[in-house]
Design a protein around this ligand. Structure first.
Ligand code: ASP
Length: 329
């Protein structure tokens, strides 16, 4: 539980990152006077699920040089894909029941373009293949062998993604082969990242090896635009981690962005999206879901079911790991 030493309570901390709000007043059509907080925007900024300082630092490097948000999120999540110690993303990810590491990833830019790969094997940088799908094909999503073949055509090297550590653990799991999702299995999981660049444009990326020991062929929320990730450059962005099935059923990330559109703060929007899952799923205590979100002003927020989920924020105000508020205590 060493990671807890680095954690900070969320909510006000995040708001505290922002420049001082400016109070203005305006008139509605029926001439009723209302007060509105016009928040001075904080940019550039990057936010990512889990405590992944190397990823957020990499994205920040791109942003502080004036790079765009799309390059920043791709470079950021690639750090985790390449890190064999992260057993939930990219190379070194835990395999499915049959011992195959299969990756899901997606990316979305400020113009609403997106690309995704699902159930792809033998390629470390799933997010970069997703970006190629977005930029070099008329499609949004490629799956399995087709995605892998496309990656080779684009020059990605074939690699064995199953490390000795993940293989040993899988062989151990096979002795009982009891499938039950484990909450907060480690201090990172699916990496979802959102960034606003100095032009104020928003992009996002999401990458995962999915649930450990999942059924062969299973795809979760992470590569599904609207579920694991959604960006609307006028409003903000959201991304998810945790039990993908529940996130897909509620179209979670799209829901969060739409709630922000309706006037909720990123924090409130994430909370409402988690509440929808809790309302629909009587077994919610057995699962974890966490959302993070950012609005156009660079305000951030996160919310999850169980305590233990945190997210990283990097802006000119600092580089912090923030413990997400949770439904359960
Ligand atoms: N959301 C991922 C999935 O369902 C897994 C995770 O974040 O734990 O595939």
């Amino acid at each position: 539980m060493q990671r807890r030493n680095f954690l900070k309570k969320s909510g006000l901390t995040t708001v505290g990152l922002l420049s001082a709000p400016v109070l203005t007043s305006c008139k509605t059509e029926d001439r009723k006077e209302v007060s509105t907080i016009v928040q001075a925007s904080l940019k550039p900024i990057v936010i990512a699920t889990w405590n992944v300082p190397n990823s957020t630092a990499k994205a920040w490097q791109v942003l502080e040089k004036g790079g765009n948000a799309l390059d920043a999120v791709e470079a950021g999540v690639k750090m985790e894909e390449a890190d064999v110690n992260n057993q939930s993303v990219g190379k070194g990810g835990r395999p499915d029941r049959d011992g195959n590491v299969t990756l899901d990833a997606c990316i979305m830019d400020s113009k609403g373009n997106c690309g995704a790969v699902v159930y792809m094997q033998n390629i470390t940088h799933a997010v970069s293949v997703a970006r190629k799908v977005m930029e070099d094909t008329p499609h949004v999503m490629l799956a399995g062998k087709g995605a892998e073949q496309f990656a080779y055509e684009k020059g990605f090297p074939k690699e064995n993604l199953l490390t000795e550590k993940s293989k040993t653990e899988w062989l151990e799991w096979k002795k009982e082969a009891k499938y039950a999702p484990v909450i907060n299995i480690e201090n990172h999981d699916t990496i979802g990242m959102l960034a606003i660049d100095e032009n104020g444009d928003i992009s996002g990326a999401c990458t995962t090896s999915g649930m450990a020991y999942k059924m062969a062929g299973r795809v979760g929320d992470s590569p599904v635009i609207g579920s694991g990730l959604f960006v609307d450059n006028e409003i903000g962005g959201a991304t998810a981690t945790g039990q993908g099935e529940e996130i897909v059923k509620t179209v979670g990330s799209f829901l969060v962005v739409e709630l922000i559109r309706q006037g909720r703060s990123p924090q409130e929007a994430c909370k409402e999206a988690v509440n929808r899952i809790i309302k629909n799923d009587p077994n919610y205590k057995d699962i974890q879901v966490g959302y993070i979100a950012i609005n156009k002003n660079g305000e951030t927020g996160g919310y999850c079911i169980h305590p233990g989920f945190s997210y990283r924020v990097y802006s000119e105000k600092g580089h912090d790991n923030i413990e997400s508020n949770s439904y359960l205590s």
